[in-house]
Design a protein around this ligand. Sequence first.
Ligand code: SF4
Ligand code: SF4
Length: 429
Amino acid sequence: MSSDDKDSLKKRREQALVEHDQRAREITQWVKEHKGVKGLVNPYVTSVTPDSVNEIIAAIKQELENGRKEDAHILLNVMSYLQSYDFTTADEAGQNTQGFCLAVSEVGIALRHLRINPKNAMRYLIYRYKFKTLANRLALFDFVPVLHLESTMVCNLRCIMCYQSDPKMQGEINSARVKTMPWDLFTKVADEAAARGCCAVVFAGRGEPTLNSRFSDMLRYCHDKGILDIKFNTNAMTLTEAKVREWLSLGSFLTIVFSVDAADKETFEKIRIGADFDKIVSNIRMFNRIRREEFPDSPIRTRVNMVTFRDDQDAEKARAFWSPLVDEFSARNATPEQSGSIYQYGPDGVPLNIAPSKTCSQLFGHLYVWADGTVNPCEDDYLSHLRLGNARTESIYDIWNGPKMMQLRIAHMSGRRSVCHPCNNCSRC
Ligand code: SF4
Ligand code: SF4
């Protein structure tokens, strides 16, 4: 490359960085000024009735009367909660509730488990209880409750609010020797998670998970290992009939989240650069047709999680458009860290210190394994400043309970979050 070409490339990169940073600032500003959409939810349509709740209560009683000791107090609490169940409970996240809550969709999943394998119904209820109450109270589990695996760090789109549109992230991808999680690394981590009784694996991270050619094998492997709650996000651009049949034939309680942020082609394609709105809609319709015609009993559920951060996104319009196409729809305003600005300090060059005295619950509920084995506490820190270790050479158990993770928890819990970057620019708590 001539020196002129090098100069021009450097200038283009610098310009891209300036544009990204400017866009991130605009999104952050918009989020600050718009408190509108807090949590618009159309819940999963299930056949949960008072009789079916009673069926779960009876199964818990039976389990306890049979002499179950492990986690018996949790099952008692769940039983007591279900005895006066509120059928309007819609939001399964439940992270900010005072006590314990199960969304109707979660009760529906427990019920499906009960009818297939009652032991799994008990495991599921205990896992949801622990995750929603204990992680919320910053209780430390022996092993991470929800493990996130990045099947690939690359994506076919460049959505404007995403890490993928940050030139620094593209630099990481270009220089990475391993961009797609090798099978042996995946099985090492999945085996350990299953052996430790981990119930939840989410295929998430910084890329589009379905681009890994062995992605369906990964789902099957987790299912066969007894992971109860498997989830992945997809932009739905690469869906094919063959893939859809592979997923539906798993018989797994899989949750597929379609990442869409608008109801009309023009807005959608302005946000999701490289996407084809019509193709995505037709792919999701194809998924629905195959499920309806060939796998009517599939426990797979689909969801749209819309994130709002611009004036031209109409959440109500989006709900009307997407609700008939998926089992569940939810819309929320973006958080500042979802705008891609987590590494940006304020105009005076000092950290934003958005939540200086708050402890991030992420440090008690989640762990991320990137495609090359790097382990990180969250995906908001997509450039891995907080890197904790590498799953190739260390166990997840050792990393989760290791000194780096502990130091991070202690810094947060003792009011020293401001010394951790990018926690000092992050609003999560
Ligand atoms: S599809 Fe997902 S991972 Fe890809 S650029 Fe868009 S938001 Fe990012
Ligand atoms: S506070 Fe820190 S650990 Fe928590 S999500 Fe933000 S950057 Fe990640």
